[in-house]
Design a protein around this ligand. Structure first.
Ligand SMILES: Cc1cc2nc3c(=O)[nH]c(=O)nc-3n(C[C@H](O)[C@H](O)[C@H](O)COP(=O)(O)OP(=O)(O)OC[C@H]3O[C@@H](n4cnc5c(N)ncnc54)[C@H](O)[C@@H]3O)c2cc1C
Length: 338
């Protein structure tokens, strides 16, 4: 167990966009006590702090003049089983998909639709990651944290995390105030499947109860066919959030485009896929400097050829502008600009 410190640290391997930036200091820790000690130290020198996981939802816009922290708290602990429900407590530094793989191997249901999402367990609870009709907030029981300002430990119940679409209290009211050290998940020992989304419907049509591993395998196959592998092509996944618009705005668009895909959110609001809006503006596959709109999925901006942060920022601005000009809809980045 140890705290490890690096100065002028190269962050290229810590952000899936592959931005060539440095951190003034980079510190890793293995335990909650070590984190509390590091925070006390940083408080004395007053440097800005950024906690990262796998760097798969970040856009570093420049070098980070401060301390970048990274958790190596790694454990998976099986707690009380209550009927069909099992509580699993997981350290923040565990790679998210390693956790999903382990749960699928044991045939515990809950995380399988979220398989193969890059990143680490700590960030999953901040980001409320979601895919194929499931959001992680729906399987979270508790989030264990340390407050940056005081070093005090605090446990948030899921209901206090304000989970919404790619959103949580840690991204809003308490942004930059707490570091997640562990997450307690509620999994099911009996099948609880979500197969209503996209190509997963094919599994449902087979008229069998699929194992968690079968669902995980199907999700991975679909994802591999659609999404760029970060090691091969830098990206941060979906760059923009899908906009939720008033029904009248959707109806206006539908008059001109009868095929506009949409999901009813409630009586007054409709969600329109940002990918569709971007594609209609002709951006699919287009490049700007070293950055590009991914040709298989226009919601993703990629580092095609040694893109600089400016290339990505300018491309994102251009895409946002043209969606607004054509549809009068603002689309906003899901990615965290640092
Ligand atoms: C190819 C690709 C596909 C993707 N697909 C999806 C998808 O299907 N669904 C989806 O929801 N996302 C997706 N993403 C986005 C990304 O994987 C998630 O947002 C993920 O949760 C980020 O995890 P991370 O560990 O890399 O966090 P980072 O990018 O390092 O950090 C994200 C945010 O969390 C904060 N943070 C990180 N760790 C902690 C901690 N321990 N305590 C407090 N704050 C912390 C950071 O400060 C930052 O604000 C995809 C990304 C890529 C590259």
């Amino acid at each position: 167990m140890a705290i490890v410190r690096y100065n002028q640290y190269d962050l290229r391997k810590h952000n899936t966009f592959g931005m060539d930036v440095k951190a003034e200091q980079f510190i890793t820790y293995d335990t909650v006590d070590e984190l509390i000690a590091v925070l006390a130290e940083i408080r004395q020198n007053g440097k800005p702090i950024l906690h990262i996981g796998g760097g798969s939802n970040l856009l570093f816009t420049k070098n980070f003049e401060g301390v970048v922290l990274h958790s190596n708290i790694k454990f998976i602990e099986y707690n009380i089983q209550d009927g069909e429900e099992l509580k699993v407590r997981v350290g923040s530094g565990i790679v998210w998909d390693d956790f999903c793989a382990e749960m699928a191997r044991k045939n515990y249901y809950g995380s399988e639709n979220l398989s193969y999402i890059p990143g680490e367990v700590g960030a999953s609870a901040v980001q409320n990651i979601g895919a194929y009709g499931v959001e992680v907030g729906s399987i979270i029981q508790e989030v264990e944290t340390v407050e940056i300002a005081t070093g005090c430990q605090r446990v948030f119940q899921a209901k206090d995390c304000a989970y919404g679409y790619r959103d949580s209290v840690f991204k809003n009211r308490l942004l930059g105030k707490y570091i997640v050290t562990a997450v307690v998940f509620r999994l099911s020992t009996v099948p609880k499947v979500h197969l209503d989304y996209g190509q997963l419907k094919e599994l449902r049509e087979q008229n069998i109860v699929p194992s968690a591993q079968m669902i995980r395998d199907a999700v991975i196959t679909i994802r591999k066919s659609k999404l760029p592998e970060p090691e091969e092509l830098g990206s941060a996944g979906s760059f923009f959030k899908n906009p939720v618009v008033p029904k009248v705005v959707y109806e206006d668009i539908a008059q001109a485009y009868s095929n506009v895909p949409h999901y009813i959110v409630d009586e007054e609001n409709v969600k329109i896929p940002a990918a569709w809006l971007i594609e209609q503006c002709g951006w699919k596959g287009k490049t700007h400097g070293g950055a590009a709109v991914y040709e298989k999925q226009p919601l993703i901006l990629v580092n095609k050829n040694q893109a600089t942060p400016t290339d990505i920022i300018e491309l994102a601005d251009l895409v946002q502008q043209s969606v607004f000009e054509k549809f009068h809809i603002h689309i906003y980045p899901e990615v965290n600009y640092i």
